[in-house]
Ligand binder design. Structure first.
Ligand SMILES: CC(C)(COP(=O)(O)OP(=O)(O)OC[C@H]1O[C@@H](n2cnc3c(N)ncnc32)[C@H](O)[C@@H]1OP(=O)(O)O)[C@@H](O)C(=O)NCCC(=O)NCCS
Length: 172
């Protein structure tokens, strides 16, 4: 557990626990309905997506909480090389974590919460023996400046299934 004091509030960053599922689903639906994602997740579809994440190997699932409200989350897990052939050898077995999701509720952005969750996820992944993080995003996402400040490098490789999303890599 890590306590962050921002200008606005005291925020706890901690590991996900079972009772967090519903508030995380609601936050997921709310945040990914925004630009540039414009995704319309039903409650059931978001639940199934998050439950799938929970089954992944070595999941690092962090929650940002302010008072009793969940205001952000970070989800990362082991990246299987066979699922990413287009990354041309950048991913080797048990070496890379996939930073699948990072989200902070609108009212709490630009306070360093997203950055802190990413840094905490690096720590946990290092302890698990991982050497790098990869992540995929739209070039117009707010994630791009966050990635560059955190030392991620744009690989220039796009996802064949999502040609407008680019992979970034960070050695940890
Ligand atoms: C991307 C996202 C997670 C960033 O979360 P955040 O908590 O606002 O991120 P941070 O506060 O750490 O960084 C954002 C800005 O705050 C600034 N900031 C203010 N105080 C800060 C502090 N104490 N420490 C670090 N950064 C701080 C940073 O300089 C940064 O500015 P920059 O991005 O223009 O360089 C958030 O915008 C979000 O949820 N977006 C929608 C979902 C999304 O796009 N997720 C990514 C999917 S790939």
């Amino acid at each position: 557990m890590f306590i962050m004091r921002t200008n606005k509030a005291e925020v706890v960053i901690r590991k996900y626990k079972e009772g967090d599922l519903d508030p995380v689903i609601e936050l997921y639906r709310e945040i990914f309905a925004e630009e540039p994602w414009n995704e319309k997740w039903s409650y059931e579809a978001a639940k199934s997506e998050i439950k799938d994440f929970l089954k992944q190997e070595n999941i690092v699932f962090l929650i940002a909480q302010c008072d009793n409200e969940i205001i952000g989350f970070r989800i990362a897990f082991d990246m299987k090389p066979e699922n990413f052939p287009f990354l041309k050898g950048l991913v080797k077995d048990k070496e890379a974590m996939y930073g699948k999701e990072l989200a902070v509720k609108k009212d709490y952005r630009n306070l360093g919460i997203g950055t802190n969750m990413v840094l905490q996820s690096f720590e946990i992944a290092r302890e698990l023996g991982y050497k790098k993080f990869l992540g995929r995003t739209y070039l117009k996402s707010k994630m791009v400046p966050v990635y560059s400040r955190l030392g991620y490098i744009n690989t220039g490789i796009t996802d064949p299934n999502y040609p407008d999303r680019v992979y970034f890599i960070r050695y940890i």
